[in-house]
Design a protein around this ligand. Structure first.
Ligand SMILES: C[S@@+](CC[C@H](N)C(=O)[O-])C[C@H]1O[C@@H](n2cnc3c(N)ncnc32)[C@H](O)[C@@H]1O
Length: 207
């Protein structure tokens, strides 16, 4: 199995159930939501890459003038559309490396270490630059190395035992891979960016 298969099996639905989340993950998710709200301008147009079931845009439903979520997993997009609170939000099936949109946004976001689960990260960085052309308008949140113990516990709670942990990734026995990043590695990949911590286990980078 690879990440595509694991997402197709619906991993995200169980991962978003707070009963599966260790306390450090719950704290990260709420700190991330708070911080992201401060980084998106009121009335802005936002594209969410790897939006899953749309929770980030749905949380911003009253603050954005337009929100478009893109995810390659049809079942997640179907759920996002079911939950869609207003017409300012739209959700599309599409791949993050070739987003089926030809429009400019004030922000392109890729949150909750979604980028750290993607195979072709640099193609996603380029797509985010295309969709939100202004410097600093692209927002990535990723795990830092201190997230490893909480992630191992979370993945086990989701039925995915751990196979290996390296400097860059946690790999489960089922073949699910999630990466973590030091500030240095992140800057090496995306170039100049502003990095802020999210609690103790993650970063948000604006480039
Ligand atoms: C860690 S989940 C997070 C989902 C959502 N951002 C959230 O925070 O609730 C990662 C998401 O990225 C999607 N994804 C992974 N690779 C993708 C790709 N190449 N193109 C589009 N979506 C992708 C998965 O289907 C999954 O919904």
């Amino acid at each position: 199995m690879n990440n595509d298969d694991v997402y197709a099996e619906g991993l995200l639905n169980s991962a978003l159930d707070p009963r599966t989340q260790p306390p450090a993950i719950r704290d990260f998710l709420s700190a991330e939501a708070e911080l992201v709200r401060t980084l998106v301008p009121l009335g802005g147009r936002v594209v969410d890459i790897g939006c899953g079931t749309g929770r980030h845009l749905i949380a911003m439903k009253d603050d954005v003038s337009q929100g478009v979520g893109v995810d390659y997993e049809k079942a997640y997009i179907a759920e996002a559309i079911r939950q869609r609170p207003n017409r300012r939000l739209q959700f599309l099936v599409g791949d993050a490396t070739a987003v089926p949109l030809d429009a400019d946004f004030d922000r392109a976001v890729c949150l909750t270490n979604t980028w750290g689960t993607m195979a072709d990260k640099m193609a996603v960085v380029d797509e985010m630059k295309r969709l939100a052309p202004a410097e600093g308008a692209r927002i990535l949140s990723v795990y830092a190395p201190p997230s490893i113990p909480a992630r191992k516990e979370w993945y086990r709670n989701l039925g995915h035992d751990i196979d290996s942990v390296t400097e860059e990734r946690v790999v489960t026995k089922g073949g699910f891979i999630t990466e973590h990043f030091t500030e240095e590695r992140l800057r090496g990949l995306i170039g100049p960016c502003k990095i802020q911590p999210i609690g103790k286990i993650a970063f948000v980078a604006q480039y």
